[in-house]
Every structure is written in C-alpha cells, then in structure tokens.
Design a protein around this ligand. Sequence first.
Ligand SMILES: [Zn+2]
Length: 86
Amino acid sequence: MQRTDIARALLAAARTAALPEELVRPPVPVRPARLPNPNGCRWCGLDAYGHMTEWKPPIGWHRWEPPTSAQRKARMLARRARRTAY
Ligand SMILES: [Zn+2]
C-alpha cells in the first residue's frame, strides 16, 4: 500500500465518521514520488540535458541513451496515473 493510498483511506474514513479532515490529514503534504520524464535516460531516467557520465547499477558508468518505446510508454502512463490519482 502506497502512502497516497493510506492518506486517501484515512480521508475516506474521516468523511464516513464525520471527523474534521485536519485530524487525519498528515502534518506535511504527501509528496509524490519523482517520476522520470518520458524521454529520460534509458538507464537512470535523467534528462539528456545535464546528463554527464553517470553511474547506475547494473550498467555502471554510462552516457545518456534514449529509452525504449516501452519505457517511454510506461513513464507516460505512470505520469498520467499520478495526475489523475486524486
Ligand atoms: Zn543515464
């Protein structure tokens, strides 16, 4: 269960119990996980601009490489899912 799911469940429980939302809302806003841009590096997700020689397992040292079509699609779908989560 993700943090956003927990927060949503708590808010739903507060509404059914008619509690004020301030009682169950987390004290700090739940920040969404950082998602790589669709055109981010194939290996590490960083944008081409600013990508130098980066190290990331399992590939190790590498330069920016274009992502696969499947990666692009998965990243776009993840972005859309996060946009429409609330
Ligand atoms: Zn990279």
